[in-house]
Write a protein that binds this ligand. Structure first.
Ligand SMILES: Cc1ncc(COP(=O)(O)O)c(C=O)c1O
Length: 387
């Protein structure tokens, strides 16, 4: 990507020197392992932000999803409904425990799993749904919970993009049985790598905790250990927790800035008819804006042109545009190994998004207004060239 001096896009994660004394304190404490001072502090802050009761911190969002499936009793042979448009972890965690991911289409406006299509995909083997709150929208949780109750299914919210988002007065991650978040480098809260599960159910919380801490749970009153299962040992350490704890103090302020800048950018792009920004689903009250995303009506542009031409030109102008996940999750090489490993339903919406999507990292929305205006000008210039 070319450098463009007009674009002052912050580098993520933002460096805050106030974290250094925390890291030194953690180091000097000579306690670096699980449930140390900073981890407990971070858990408390994260639970307060998300208005939830229990949390377990782990090494990645992928591991958080796996812990969640384990805690809900999902087993080999069960079917788990996942969106056709998402990051591979939403599906690989299912396959890893021997269950079958069932890929269901997404809404072409919100990019989140379509509740009507979920209902069509339910069989007597279906045990769980994993909706993803993708980029900046929340899945239609009201309908999904209704379906789950009707068919007695568990629901895990994949909140890898939704730290601090709010849906119908409820924070992301607290609407279903479990919310699983990621703290990987690009995420809205990050310690380089990491993840967390939150829940309001005591029994589920204990199971998640045991999965992560080789049979131990902070939520087990007597602190009795359970060594019966071959659990994992995938907790974070005090240095990661100190960084995350500090980042919690900035999440709300940063989220508000991202939301305001997203509205500003959308308005600046309004007159380009071929651009259709990702919509928030009904009930989304605060958008996290992990990515700013839109689709371009390629059919209305001079042919032949693909979204990759546009992304190439945007990159040449210094804008960090990307093609979302690049491919549909079941088209990755992993899912081509054995077609019996997964079930694919209709994917019209997911295909359209995949062919037409352009995404920008959330750091663009942390820039000043001048940079947002410059970005809008570049997008206009690039797209109108092909009209
Ligand atoms: C939607 C989604 N789910 C899960 C994950 C997995 O998170 P991690 O990379 O921390 O394992 C990601 C990571 O990008 C993601 O985007």
């Amino acid at each position: 990507m070319k450098k463009n001096k007009r674009l002052k896009i912050p580098v993520w994660p933002i460096i805050r020197f106030e974290v250094i004394p925390l890291l030194i304190k953690a180091y000097l404490s000579q306690y670096w392992s699980w449930w140390g001072r900073y981890e407990i502090k971070f858990i408390k802050k994260f639970l307060d932000i998300h208005n939830a009761k229990y949390a377990s911190v782990t090494v990645s969002g992928t591991m958080a999803l796996e812990a969640a499936l384990y805690a809900l009793g999902i087993k080999s042979g069960d079917e788990v409904i996942v969106p056709a448009y998402t990051w591979i972890s939403t599906a690989t965690c299912v396959a890893k425990i021997g269950a079958v991911p069932v890929f269901v289409d997404v809404d072409p406006d919100t990019y989140c799993i379509s509740p009507e299509k979920i209902e069509e995909a339910i069989t007597d083997k279906t045990k769980c749904i994993i909706p993803v709150h993708l980029y900046s929208s929340m899945a239609d949780m009201e309908s999904i919970i209704e379906i789950a109750q009707k068919y007695n299914l568990k629901v895990i919210e994949d909140c890898a993009h939704a730290h601090g988002a709010i849906y119908k007065n409820k924070p992301a991650g607290t609407i279903a049985d479990i919310g699983a978040f990621s703290f990987q480098q690009s995420k809205l809260l990050t310690s380089g790598e990491g993840g967390i599960c939150i829940t309001n159910n005591y029994d589920i919380a204990k199971k998640i905790d045991r999965f992560i801490h080789i049979g131990c749970s902070i939520y087990s009153k007597s602190h009795e250990k359970d060594y019966i299962m071959p659990y994992n040992k995938c907790n974070i350490n005090e240095f990661q927790a100190a960084i995350l704890s500090n980042q919690c103090d900035y999440l709300l302020k940063e989220t508000i800035k991202r939301e305001q800048n997203a509205v500003y950018l959308e308005n600046l792009l309004k007159d380009i008819e071929v651009i259709k920004p990702q919509k928030a689903s009904n009930g989304t009250e605060r958008r996290s804006f992990y990515n700013f995303a839109f689709t371009v009506d390629i059919g209305k542009l001079k042919q032949p042109v693909s979204v990759h031409n546009l992304i190439h030109d945007l990159n040449e102008e210094g804008l960090p545009a990307q093609n979302g996940y690049g491919a549909l999750v079941y088209n990755y090489i992993l899912w081509n190994v054995d077609k019996n490993l997964y079930i694919k339903k209709d994917d019209t919406g997911a295909k359209k998004i995949s062919d037409e999507i352009i995404t920008f990292p959330h750091t663009l929305l942390l820039a000043d207004k001048k940079t947002i205006r410059a970005a809008a000008q570049i997008i206009k210039k690039v797209v109108t060239k092909y009209l």
